[in-house]
Write a protein that binds this ligand. Structure first.
Ligand code: NDP
Length: 336
């Protein structure tokens, strides 16, 4: 089969492309400019004509993807801004929502072979942060972020702008499917990951230019960007980028994933968990909060991942496995 991957130069997408190619798919990746295509072509050169890159300058433009969906069997839509630097929320919301709508419109109008569209959403579209610990499921929607950003605009906290963009984009996708019921030759599967960590194969010049989640990981573990107190009291849930890439491939392969929103997560962490693990592979890392006891940690947010287990059956890498590979990656880059 042939698969279109949007935003193919991204941290997550590069691994999705790699696993698709390794499993025998032919892949077409989209990037925004020629300068972003070179690294991709270099990394995947040994797959020969099984891989190509095309330029879609503006994913919000009507018909942007029309030409590129015509001969593909499936689509993985990952392109969407992920950063906490936007002042105007529309900087995130417009490309997130319109990019999603454009790919679905193209798939409807021109994707005559398309059987499955997979969209990379996020738990940002799921969680509603509250003051007591809670396990969230696919039934939860972060409409609170949309509400808050509608009320506060540019004054809303930056993470809320990102969460609103992901919630609005995923809502738009499901609404598109509902509105066009009966006209679609394909179905939709949505993958909702938490924080994504792991070694990088996308183009990264310097630590400062890492994607948002790996920027946080690298600066927390190796650059002391958090206080001792924060290390043992703050965290989130996470998944290794390679397990998430596998989930994307399985979301194409598994018939039963059609029509489903699927949370994938290895589990909850406090930042100190990664530091303690990094110490095993890089003993000179600053020890952080040595009084931390993982058994006593309270995790405010956890996810019920039984749907992913049933539909996709992925096995998750542990904090140790993932940390070991990240440490090796950063050593090889000469950053630590
Ligand atoms: P990256 O920043 O590495 O990749 C983002 C991709 O989206 C790049 O290809 C980027 O292209 C593209 N993109 C960003 N803004 C725009 C825009 N305005 N128009 C067109 N393309 C754009 O991040 P990730 O790999 O981490 O993110 C990929 C997806 O995964 C996103 O949808 C993100 O929301 C989601 N996600 C990520 C998580 C994480 O922890 N990393 C957690 C949960 C979900 P360019 O290089 O040209 O900017």
């Amino acid at each position: 089969g042939k698969v279109l991957v949007t935003g193919a130069n991204g941290f997550i997408a590069m691994w999705v492309v790699k696993q698709l190619l390794d499993q025998g798919y032919v892949v077409r990746g989209t990037v925004r400019s020629e300068s972003k295509a070179k690294h991709l072509r270099d990394v995947f050169s040994h797959y020969g004509d099984k891989f190509e890159v095309v330029i879609v300058e503006d994913i919000t433009k009507l018909g942007a993807f029309d030409e590129y969906v015509k001969d593909v069997d499936a689509i993985e839509h990952t392109a969407s801004p992920f950063h906490f630097k936007a002042n105007d929320p529309d900087e995130l919301i417009v490309p997130a929502v319109q990019g999603t709508t454009r790919i679905l419109e193209s798939a409807l109008a021109h994707g005559k072979n398309v059987k499955r569209v997979v969209i990379t959403s996020s738990v940002a579209a799921v969680i509603v942060v509250q003051s007591t610990p809670r396990t969230y499921t696919e039934a939860d929607w972060n409409d609170g972020a949309i509400q808050l950003v509608r009320e506060e605009g540019a004054k809303a906290p930056n993470p809320m702008k990102y969460r609103a963009s992901k919630t609005l984009a995923e809502r738009a996708a499901w609404e598109f499917v509902e509105k066009n019921k009966g006209k679609l030759g394909w179905d939709l599967a949505v993958v909702n990951p938490p924080y994504v960590f792991g070694p990088a194969i996308h183009e990264v010049g310097a630590p400062e230019t890492l994607n948002e989640s790996m920027y946080d990981w690298f600066h927390t573990v190796f650059k002391g960007s958090k206080t001792k107190e924060q290390l043992s009291s703050t965290g989130a849930c996470w998944i290794d980028v390679r397990d998430l890439a596998e989930a994307h491939v399985l979301a194409i392969k598994k018939q039963e994933a059609g029509g489903e929103r699927i949370i994938v997560s290895q589990g909850a962490f406090k930042w100190q968990d990664f530091i303690s693990s990094a110490q095993r592979f890089y003993p000179t890392v600053s020890p952080g909060d040595e009084t931390y006891d993982p058994a006593k940690a309270t995790h405010m947010v956890q996810y019920d991942t039984s749907k992913a287990a049933k539909l996709l059956g992925i096995k998750y890498r542990s904090i140790e496995e993932s940390t070991k590979d990240m440490v090796e990656d950063f050593k090889a880059r000469g950053w630590i």
